[in-house]
Design a protein around this ligand. Structure first.
Ligand code: ADP
Length: 155
């Protein structure tokens, strides 16, 4: 592309792509399930991270492979202890929204060295506090698939 100072049409298109068009179904569990059952769920759902939600799909936390490995190394009773005890919890969860550009969401994955962002929509509860409903997940796999799609454009 000729002009160095003007982004190419491909780059402009890339910057317009939104998380909502590429997100996956949320792999979600409830906070009261055991660490043992979370490990089983990670295998059956074939994912590396699980999103922990309340009954109404409100985002509560995240559980990753390493969180479960760490718990399995210790003396924790895996069948008894709920994942809610060991999860990374709100408000420390890095999130994205369906309308966020995929470039910005991908930057969050890189900067925070994580594999998965919950895709959320904000809502206001009865107390007037902001909460987040989980509507999907955006992962490094989604980013890789986008790269493959772009690389095979026109083929
Ligand atoms: P792994 O532990 O398999 O390497 P990650 O790199 O995604 O997976 O997770 C690293 C740590 O960050 C874990 O303790 C996990 O609970 C936490 N974590 C995972 N996803 C998020 C997120 N979206 N926001 C904040 N913390 C997260």
């Amino acid at each position: 592309y000729r002009d160095k100072h003007e982004p190419s049409p491909l780059l402009l298109r890339l910057r317009q792509l939104r998380v909502g068009d590429f997100k996956s179904m949320p792999a979600a569990i409830r906070a009261n399930i055991s660490i043992y059952d979370a490990i089983v769920t990670m295998f059956t759902q074939n994912v590396g991270s699980l999103i922990v939600v309340a009954e109404d799909h409100e985002l509560l936390g995240m559980i990753s492979r390493k969180d479960l490995l760490k718990a399995a190394l210790g003396k924790t009773e895996l069948q008894q202890v709920p994942v809610g005890v060991i999860m990374t919890r709100m408000p420390n969860i890095i999130m994205t929204t369906p309308d966020e550009p995929i470039i910005d969401a991908s930057r969050k994955l890189v900067q925070h060295q994580i594999d998965t962002l919950p895709v959320v929509e904000a809502f206001i509860d009865e107390q007037g506090d902001e909460r987040y409903e989980v509507v999907g997940r955006f992962t490094k796999t989604n980013v890789t698939k986008i790269l493959v799609q772009i690389g095979t454009l026109g083929q």
